[in-house]
Design a protein around this ligand. Structure first.
Ligand code: ZN
Length: 98
C-alpha cells in the first residue's frame, strides 16, 4: 500500500502527482442492484483510495466501467436533506422533553 504511482489524474486540480494510500482489493459496485432472476457472482472492481500530492484531495483511484457507476441518479440536494434533518432533530428533541 502507498508508493504505487499508477497514472491517475486528480479530479479537482488535474495533477497526476499522488499515491494510492488505501487498497481494499476488488469489491462489487455499490451502484449495482442485480435482479432476483440474475443469479451469479457480481463483477468486482479495484477499490483504492488515491491521495493527490498537490491539493491533498483523497479520491477513488478507479471508477470501474461506466455502466457500473450510476450517474443519472437524482440525489436529494443538501438543502432538502438539511430541512429534513432539522425537522427530525426538532421532533426528536420534542420527544425527549415529554
Ligand atoms: Zn489535486
Amino acid at each position: 500500500m502507498g508508493g504505487d504511482r499508477m497514472s491517475t489524474t486528480c479530479r479537482f486540480c488535474r495533477s497526476s502527482s499522488g499515491d494510492f494510500v488505501l487498497d481494499l482489493g476488488r469489491q462489487p459496485s455499490s451502484e449495482l442492484f442485480p435482479k432476483d432472476a440474475d443469479p451469479g457472482s457480481d463483477p468486482t472492481y479495484p477499490l483504492r483510495m488515491w491521495l493527490c500530492n498537490d491539493c491533498r484531495l483523497a479520491q477513488l483511484g478507479e471508477l470501474g466501467p461506466k455502466k457500473s457507476v450510476r450517474t443519472s441518479q437524482v440525489w436529494p440536494s443538501r438543502a432538502e436533506t438539511q430541512g429534513r434533518n432539522v425537522l427530525h432533530a426538532r421532533s426528536t428533541a420534542q420527544r425527549q422533553r415529554t
